[in-house]
Design a protein around this ligand. Structure first.
Ligand code: CKU
Length: 597
């Protein structure tokens, strides 16, 4: 097991986690002079802005919303005197898309990738029992080696703008909680659990990584706080008698408490709520605890009014209530790993998650959704920039798996969204990404990637890497929409027949299918964009799904309307939500609730 500093910050007998969220100083670096003028020591003319949040939607000036380049955050934080002797770090839930962190003027860390946590260890830099200053330089520019991919265009007036190769707004900033943490010098760095069942009991294989040699003990408590198992040593097996299995709608969590002991003295303590379940693929089925499951739910986004992609605890709560109401059991974290708090909630609620890395846009196009069915080739994987992209991609896969590997809710890894798979050059790239994920996950969860419409049985060179196939399909929307929907249904069947003929003996999950729908539009008989058409479209897709035994899941695109870049294909965002952006049901929500009952 690889060590990484990904453990979620917690207060325990030996640890402290203090929220740094609130109003931070904020300044755009339009003239790119921040470095030269020493902004690392303090911003010269800052505004105040909330953290966590995307910066874009607070302002009324379009030049700020569309700002692309460097921007800076600053705040002061107090380090208690009693922390002297411990390790102290500032931990960012994310910084989109890259960051440089300065504490008291010292550069303490840099980080690439906008959707995973990182920390800056500041033990020897901070002043104890006094205030300290953290300044963060964040940059939101996209390029062909960033995860996700895109371009940065320079307009004739010299201003830069983002040109994503993907269909969601390029929100940026300190979008997730920031925490000041203190932990012992000798500490628990990481741990993993792998579950198996034997009769009514569970056997949990565990492995703890620490920075020292002192003794490790592990205790497991049930939901009534009764101790049900114990073990000693950094690696071993625990037997949990008459186990309460974690399941859909039954997010039963045990509390695993890990301690490093020096005789009777506690050195470090960490705990984690853990659900005990197994996931595997058997032939054409996905099995949870040995039983077949059919996935019902959505591709989602972290996206809401005003705070953009900022973690919002209220929106999270509402989303889970809506998912339960509609009888969903699963969502995909399209198109990036979400805030850690969301997986904790999915664990508690018993909702399944397909965890997706931010490798979206591996197809040279700003509108790959529109070009998906045209057979367009961009030779993406032949570019000279591919080795650098792969490096970033593998790092993100590594960090995602390290961060999320113990969550019961995570049943699969989605390692890319809609890459160009029609070129042999993609094959070695895929092999490296899939192999790495396989090595890193102690639970060996199924791996997949979401397949764009032109990844067809006769053209896709990469489907063999997936443990189950994930299809994004838009028959009846991007192709043969409206009154042509009967042709769409036939074409859809033709494609599914061709997959069936390959006899892959693997499950297929629809990770996207959907139709843009304006919440205000009704028309009888239906028209595209109207509420009636969204239902007709879903009914058509479901007739197709229900006629193949290898189809084991349907995740509608999208849970809610979401913000995108402006353009003629989008009306202030993508409107394929089953809920509106403020999380109210469209007509189709009642239809799905019925079907998924
Ligand atoms: C969605 C070819 C389909 C790609 N898919 C990606 C997703 O991010 C888009 O929002 C299409 C759409 O609505 O077009």
């Amino acid at each position: 097991m690889r060590t990484c500093q990904m453990l979620y910050p917690r207060d325990t007998e030996s640890r402290r986690a203090v929220s740094m969220d609130g109003m931070w100083k904020f300044q755009l670096d339009e003239k790119q002079c921040g470095h030269e003028e020493g902004w690392k020591d303090g911003l010269p003319a800052p505004d105040m802005i909330p953290v966590p949040a995307s910066f874009q939607d607070f302002y009324t000036e379009k030049d700020i919303r569309e700002y692309t380049g460097d921007f800076w955050y600053e705040t002061d934080f107090f380090v208690p005197g009693e922390w002297e002797g411990k390790e102290v770090a500032v931990r960012f839930g994310c910084a989109t898309h890259r960051a440089e962190v300065y504490v008291n003027g010292n550069r303490v860390t840099v980080h690439e990738g906008g959707f995973l946590p990182f920390s800056a260890v500041v033990t020897d830099i901070v002043r104890y029992n006094s205030y300290n200053k953290v300044v963060v330089l964040v940059n939101n520019e996209l390029n062909v080696t960033s995860i996700p991919c895109g371009e940065t265009k320079v307009l004739r007036n010299g201003k830069k703008m983002s040109k994503p190769y993907f269909d969601f707004y390029n929100y940026a900033g300190l979008q997730r909680p920031v925490k000041l943490i203190a932990y012992p010098k000798e500490h628990i760095e990481d741990f993993s659990v792998v579950h198996a069942f034997k009769g009514q009991d569970a056997i949990v294989q565990y492995c703890v990584e620490t920075t020292g040699q002192h003794k490790v003990i592990l205790d497991v408590y049930d939901a009534d706080r009764q101790k049900v198992a114990s073990a000693a040593g950094k690696e071993g097996k625990l037997l949990i008698p008459r186990v309460h299995k974690w399941n859909v709608g039954d997010g039963y969590l045990y509390r695993f408490v890990i301690r490093i002991m020096d005789g009777e003295n506690l050195i470090d303590e960490y705990f984690e709520p853990i659900g005990i379940r197994t996931v595997e693929i058997k032939g054409k089925d996905i099995l949870l605890n040995g039983e077949k499951i059919y996935l019902k739910g959505f591709g989602k986004h972290e996206d809401s009014d005003i705070v953009g992609r900022g973690f919002n605890i209220g929106v999270m709560k509402r989303d889970f209530e809506c998912m339960k109401w509609i009888n969903a059991n699963c969502f995909r974290t399209s198109h990036y790993p979400y805030s850690e708090e969301i997986y904790q909630m999915a664990d508690r609620e018993g909702i399944l998650v397909i965890d997706e890395v931010a490798a979206v846009g591996l197809f040279k196009s700003e509108t790959n959704f529109a070009e998906a069915s045209t057979g367009k080739q961009t030779a993406f994987f032949q570019e000279a920039t591919i080795p650098r992209l792969l490096e970033n991609h593998l790092q993100c896969v590594e960090d995602m798996i390290c961060r999320d590997k113990n969550h019961a809710c995570v049943i699969a890894w989605s390692l890319m969204n809609e890459p160009e798979t029609t070129d042999e050059a993609a094959v070695p790239y895929f092999r490296k990404v899939f192999d790495r994920a396989g090595e890193l996950d102690p639970q060996k969860r199924p791996r997949t990637f979401a397949m764009i419409m032109n990844s067809q049985p006769d053209t896709c060179k990469c489907y063999q890497f997936s443990d189950f196939l994930s299809f994004n399909r838009y028959y009846g929307w991007y192709v043969m929409g409206g009154y042509e929907i009967s042709d769409a249904e036939e074409a859809f069947h033709r494609e599914m027949d061709a997959w069936e003929a390959l006899d892959l003996n693997k499950p297929v999950v629809f990770t996207e299918y959907g139709a843009d729908t304006c919440a205000a539009e009704h028309k009888l008989p239906s028209v595209m964009w109207g509420q009636e058409y969204q239902i007709e479209y879903l009914e058509m897709c479901h007739r197709v799904f229900d006629s193949y035994d290898f189809i084991t899941g349907e995740l509608v695109w999208n849970f809610a309307d979401f913000q995108t870049t402006e353009g003629i294909m989008r009306m202030n965002g993508n409107k394929k939500g089953i809920f509106t952006r403020d999380r109210q049901p469209k007509e189709a929500a009642y239809y799905l609730k019925e079907r998924w009952h």
